[in-house]
Design a protein around this ligand. Structure first.
Ligand code: BG6
Ligand code: MG
Length: 222
């Protein structure tokens, strides 16, 4: 039985994944390290520091800089990112998300947020969505980012549901793996090749509906 739907934020609720890319692109260009949209897929769902390390791996390697230098680059990336999200407003919620959330509420399904972004609270406030969620994970207390299941398990515990009663919604390969490692079913939104391991793959958030989840997944859930 479906009792909860747990969402990723960046690239699922709103298109901030493109701003993470834009900010990292500036840093990678400064460092002279090749970085494109395709390589960026690896960064989705992973923490700020691990994202920088993945970029460095494509150049001189993650051990080429001191921790202090890496912290400074992470801070600079976040400054650029914060400028980019500064103009987010409720109309930036991706198509179909508000309708899907209303449908879940009507069906008494709990709603969680499993983002590893420390900027998640600010983004939710800007989108005026905070009150729609029954639980929002605090990224600063989540030890490991995706593909580890920590942020989804934290949601399951705080929502009081079993993995077999919850569905995760993600746009990242690492996110689909994290959902599965938490023992949940996964809905992937976006690139079909990247999200090939998801239980349901949708091209856009507009296709999300409770009846689709119910008919496709309910029978396979405990
Ligand atoms: C995830 C994004 O949601 O949050 C990653 O997919 C990002 O790209 C991570 O690195 C951490 O975000 P922040 O805002 O704390 O730097
Ligand atoms: Mg995402």
């Amino acid at each position: 039985m479906i009792k909860a739907v747990i969402f990723d934020l960046d690239g699922v609720i709103t298109d901030t994944a493109k701003y993470h890319y834009e900010a990292w692109k500036k840093i990678a260009d400064e460092l002279g390290i090749p970085f494109d949209i395709e390589y960026n897929e690896k960064l989705k769902g992973v923490s700020r520091m691990e994202s920088l390390c993945l970029i460095l791996d494509n150049g001189p390697g993650r051990d080429s800089l001191t921790l202090e230098e890496k912290n400074e680059l992470c801070e600079r990336k976040n400054k650029i990112y914060k400028e980019l999200i500064g103009s987010l407003r409720p109309s930036d919620v991706l198509p179909g998300i508000n309708e899907f959330i209303s449908e879940l509420k009507k069906n008494h399904i709990l709603i969680g947020l499993a983002s590893v972004s420390k900027n998640a609270p600010e983004i939710l406030n800007r989108l005026e969505l905070r009150d729609s969620f029954d639980y929002v994970a605090d990224a600063s207390t989540v030890e490991r980012s995706k593909p580890y299941p920590d942020v989804f398990i934290d949601n399951l515990i705080n929502l009081g549901v079993n993995p077999g009663e919850a569905i995760g919604v993600e746009d990242a390969e690492s996110g689909i793996e994290a959902i599965h490692r938490a023992g949940m079913k996964a809905v992937g939104i976006g690139n079909k090749k990247v999200l090939k391991d998801a239980d349901i793959i949708l091209s856009t958030s507009k296709e999300l509906s409770f009846s689709l989840l119910y008919t496709s997944l309910e029978m396979t859930m405990r």
